[in-house]
Design a protein around this ligand. Sequence first.
Ligand code: GRF
Length: 223
Amino acid sequence: MQKTHLPRIVVLISGKGSNLQSFIDAVQMRVIEGEIVAVISNNPGVLGLERAEKAGIPTQVINHRDFADRESFDAALAEVVESHRPNLVLLAGFMRILTPAFVEQFEGRMMNIHPSLLPNYPGLHTHQRALDAGDSIAGATVHFVTHELDGGPAIIRAEVPILADDDAATLAERVFEQEHLIYPLAVRWFCQGRLALINNRACMFGRPLPPTGHPFSTVARER
Ligand code: GRF
């Protein structure tokens, strides 16, 4: 029998790894037809590493505190990531800003999820900022990683309502539910060869997606 080679996925984390868990579950359920070949964390002892170990996925810690500067950390990280020959690199709560050299090396095969409706609120404290601004909707966006921080071409986004009695924690919880749906879906599309970065646009079957990404509500039924 011919051996099929599943797309190789490397996941970079810094913390609790709930998005990582959504990939692990989706791979186990064959929603993602790919293989998570390594989970790498810049922080030791985090829950995400435990989740990976429990699923039998090799883990590695590359602690940025052991490096003199961002460039040398990123060079070491790039070498380890590349050694796994990834088709796709997933940033899943990876809380380090990456150097242009790293981004360039993995461009077109690296995604991130950001807990806001990009281009609104790149950076930190997105939920508090949406609340402070009096917004009525919030959400999350999966995007290809390019030079712009939290600003690469959007793939898919999900919206949630902001309720009158929300604080940052309750809103985050509502957004997380959507994150765990849309990120595995984007990974599924990529592994199927439907999704690609072409001329700095996220494209499905070669056609550019809307600049803010595919709205999740309209794809929920067409998985
Ligand atoms: C998520 O909110 C994600 O959008 C952001 O970092 C958080 C990671 O959470 N980039 P987890 O580690 O996946 O639970």
